[in-house]
Design a protein around this ligand. Structure first.
Ligand SMILES: Nc1ncnc2c1ncn2[C@@H]1O[C@H](COP(=O)(O)OP(=O)(O)OP(=O)(O)O)[C@@H](O)[C@H]1O
Ligand SMILES: [Mg+2]
Length: 424
């Protein structure tokens, strides 16, 4: 399974500098687990963290200027950390499924002289086979202000002696073009270089990384979106709002009847009354999602179903996607769910987020101690507001007391409830 081993975010709203998991230059830190859950009081930065992933994905899809306006972000000045003039920076260290050496992507965004946001720099690096984890990796993409150098294939790159590459060095690198590298000049420096270069066959590592990010699923599910009546036509993947849930049902009924029957069983066992879910094409070509209740002869439509039922159904469908997203991000999945139902959902998340082929890494934020009970300390991260108003983050397993109480059999959620996870 393709996994994010670690990431760092700097100067993005309340996240002035936070790191989760292992980066290329921090080998002693533990990697992220397949299931990662972030907890924290109100206003500590959980939604911001979720949105930071969304921002990166939007930058790839639409370019940075449009990404700053998406999802009500309100422009670059609003998403920069208050009082900080430095660029917004992201670092993502990830490992492909077939277990090659991890790749690190670094990107930074700033305002240009017209006060418009642009991609200030991008870099990709990877160690070579046999290289020691303490040695510096080789960069195979270096871009500054839309100009730079890319190294072709799976192996080439340059090993710099320090992190700070000055612009003059970019010019030197660009003049040293060889058979292994080529110069790059983007015609629009508001777009990511990996978006363009990742479309080219001669850059397999960049395409793989681009595809990885494009495969991220950030859930913006709303029950009302799931209640709309889309045009009929089977669709493989659930949309981020869940408004094509009927189309996915149509697809599953046709392509994976057994798997679909199992999902229904799971749901029927937990939500009283539901014993069949199906789709029906209406005369005007739109699709009706029908829920049969044992007690009633006629089926209910999705429009009549409860919010919680639709939500659990949508998440279970998402988890049974035959081509699962490598990375799923869900904010407060517990909202609106009866605790037993949350337990079912959590078991499914747990089963799905394992280090196996065709599985997903799952990232969740929550306020629900009950949900945390099922977790190990290295899966739980605690966000807090630091003295300067910016977020700080800790891993529950870094606290020896918490670790030993869990070892003694106390569930993590109840420790949280009893304030053991708070900073002393
Ligand atoms: N540009 C910015 N610079 C610094 N801090 C900011 C910036 N924009 C927003 N904030 C702060 O970020 C904090 C985190 O908000 P966020 O919505 O991520 O919290 P949350 O953990 O999701 O809270 P809740 O549990 O209530 O949903 C808020 O306290 C807000 O004041
Ligand atoms: Mg929030």
């Amino acid at each position: 399974m393709t996994m994010i081993e670690g990431f760092r975010i700097r100067n993005y709203k309340a996240l002035r500098d936070i790191t989760l998991g292992r980066l290329w230059n921090e080998n002693s830190t533990e990697k992220l687990t397949p299931l990662t859950v972030v907890i924290g009081k109100n206003g500590t930065g959980k939604s911001t963290l979720f949105d930071a992933f969304g921002f990166l994905l939007d930058c790839l899809k639409f370019g940075v200027e449009a990404a700053c306006e998406e999802k009500g972000r309100g422009g670059f000045e609003r998403i920069m950390s208050k009082g900080v003039q430095n660029p917004i920076m992201f670092e993502v260290c990830y490992q492909e499924e077939n277990n090659v050496r991890p790749i690190t992507y670094e990107v930074s965004f700033a305002l240009d002289k017209h006060n418009r946001p642009y991609v200030r720099s991008e870099r990709l690096r990877q160690r070579r086979k046999g290289q020691d984890a303490n040695e510096r990796p080789f960069s195979f993409l270096i871009l500054e202000n839309g100009r730079g150098v890319v190294w072709k294939g799976e192996y080439e790159g340059i090993q710099e002696s320090s992190d700070q590459l000055v612009l003059a060095e970019i010019d030197r690198l660009m003049s040293e073009e060889s058979g292994k590298s080529e110069t790059v000049e983007l015609d629009d420096y508001r777009k990511l270089g990996i978006a363009t270069l990742g479309a080219l066959k001669q850059h397999p590592r960049i395409s793989a990384f681009r595809q990885f990010i494009e495969g991220w699923y950030l859930s913006y599910f709303t029950p009302d979106a799931a209640r709309n009546l889309p045009l009929a036509g089977p669709q493989k993947h659930l949309s981020v709002h869940g408004d094509n849930i009927g189309n996915v049902v149509q697809f599953m009924e046709r392509e994976y009847p057994e798997q679909f029957a199992k999902i229904l069983d799971d749901i029927a066992g937990k939500i009283p009354g539901i014993n069949k879910i199906s789709s029906e094409r209406m005369p005007d070509g739109r699709l009706l999602l029908k829920f049969n209740d044992k007690g009633f002869e006629d089926a209910f439509s999705a429009q009549q179903m409860s919010d919680g039922t639709l939500k659990v159904f949508a998440y279970l469908l998402l988890l049974s996607d035959p081509n699962p997203h490598p990375f799923l991000c869900i904010e407060e999945p517990e909202n609106g769910l009866y605790h037993k139902l949350m337990e079912v959902l959590m078991q499914q998340f747990r089963a799905h987020a394992t280090d196996g082929k065709g599985k997903s890494q799952i990232f969740i934020t929550t306020h629900q101690p009950y949900l945390v009970d099922a977790l190990e300390p290295d899966e739980v991260w605690i966000l807090e507001k630091g003295s300067e108003g910016f977020s700080k983050i800790r891993r529950a397993s870094d606290d020896p007391l918490v670790q030993s109480l869990v070892n003694e059999g106390l569930p993590l959620g109840s420790l949280w409830y009893s304030d053991y996870l708070e900073e002393v």
